[in-house]
Design a protein around this ligand. Structure first.
Ligand code: CP
Length: 307
């Protein structure tokens, strides 16, 4: 499931907002249906909100941290004499015996761009599973987060076409581009005035950015913004590298102005954003986290209805 798989974004957002008002309206829709949540990486929000969403629809939920299972092989034709014990060909088919849908989190290597862009893990499960696959953040995309963000902006906007700025922020570790990619994509489908600001060297995939304006001066870019979405990502061109940790790019109260502050969380305080922003009424990060449930629920509901 990617952003492009949402057939009618506006209708889906409105449906999610309705589900939020009455989360148990479809409590029998998922009766006797099972979702398996597969985690190759850590999670707080995605794990709990997807489980809650599934349970709101009456589904059974099984969670597997893949590190607790057999080490999976993804390459075709490998002589499996080293560390991998089970091929995804069997694993995906086996999990499909227990699940009506499979949700997967699998981060990029941030070392091998071609491998990451091939989405090997997600695409292997798509190829070998016999049930639908849901993306809970893959190498290049985080569509459930992006849907959450679009729902949050729709709920909180006070003008028909708000100014939305995606701003890079410093971070000591190399982080994926997935959240930024999916946020840009969903905002391009939305009725907003979108722009991006980041230091030189942090240009994202041009096939995703397309004609969205990019500014290298953060303060100018943030002027008169209604929503400022802050996120770190590592370099796409110097793939996976942390090029600068310029503290001047940390979001301050002054730079935010009257805008609302958004972040997918987890966030490093006083590195990515100042305490004074996170602790102010301008921060909507908890509303965003709450909306993760209804973004997941609307996607699961639409999938259940198509079965
Ligand atoms: N925003 C987000 O995906 O949070 P988790 O990594 O905790 O799931």
């Amino acid at each position: 499931m990617y952003i492009n798989d949402i057939s009618d974004l506006n209708a889906t957002i409105q449906e999610a907002i309705q589900l939020k008002k009455n989360p148990f309206q479809f409590a029998n829709l998922g009766k006797h249906k099972t979702i398996v949540l597969l985690f190759f990486n850590s999670s707080l929000r995605t794990r709990l909100s997807t489980e809650k969403a599934a349970k709101n629809l009456g589904m059974n939920v099984m969670i597997l941290n893949i590190n607790d299972a057999w080490n999976l092989e993804f390459e075709d034709g490998t002589i499996m004499s080293m560390s991998t014990s089970e091929h995804v060909k069997e694993a995906a088919q086996v999990i499909s015996q227990y699940a009506d849908m499979i949700a997967i989190r699998s981060f990029p290597t941030l070392k091998d761009k071609a491998k990451d862009e091939s989405e090997l893990v997600l695409k292997s499960f798509l190829k070998y599973s016999s049930v639908p696959i849901i993306n809970m953040e893959s190498a290049t995309a985080h569509p459930l987060q992006a849907l959450t963000d679009a729902i949050t902006i729709e709920e909180l906007k006070d003008k028909s076409r708000p100014k939305v700025v995606l701003s890079w922020a410093p971070h000591p570790k190399a982080l994926p581009q997935a959240v930024a990619n999916s946020f840009i994509k969903i905002m391009q489908f939305s009725d907003v005035d979108l722009s991006i600001t980041h230091p030189k060297g942090y240009e994202l995939n041009p096939e995703i950015v397309k004609h969205t304006p990019v500014h290298y001066n953060q303060e100018q870019a943030l002027k008169n913004a209604d929503f400022v979405y802050v996120k770190n990502w590592s370099s796409y061109t110097n793939y996976g590298q942390v090029l600068v940790e310029d503290k001047n790019w940390m979001l301050s109260k002054e730079k935010l102005g009257a805008a609302k502050f958004m972040h997918c969380l987890p966030v490093r305080r006083n590195v990515v954003v100042e305490d004074t922003v996170l602790d102010s009424d301008h921060s909507v990060v908890i509303e965003q986290a709450n909306n993760r449930t209804y973004a997941a629920q609307v996607v699961l509901k639409q999938l259940l209805e198509s079965m």
